[in-house]
Design a protein around this ligand. Structure first.
Ligand SMILES: [Zn+2]
Length: 75
């Protein structure tokens, strides 16, 4: 289960080494300007957990597939 590719993004969940499948875009209005986006990466298993963590705080803005997130924006 060890991924030899250091370029492969992995899940942001604590202790998780799974490849990222999802990008969670979030913003904390207390410390970030409204247009700022922080991102967490999540595997399939942790997407819901991480989204819920951000969601209950009102931080969660968007959840997109990782490959879609890498696509050029507004081109
Ligand atoms: Zn994970």
């Amino acid at each position: 289960m060890i991924n030899p590719d250091p370029e492969t993004p992995i899940c942001s969940a604590k202790g998780c080494r799974a490849p990222a499948e999802w990008v969670l875009a979030w913003n904390n209005p207390k410390i970030h300007t409204p247009e700022r986006r922080k991102t967490w990466l999540a595997c399939e298993e942790h997407r819901e957990h991480l989204a819920q963590f951000l969601g209950v705080r009102g931080f969660l803005k968007d959840v997109v597939r990782f490959e879609e997130w890498q696509a050029p924006e507004g081109a």
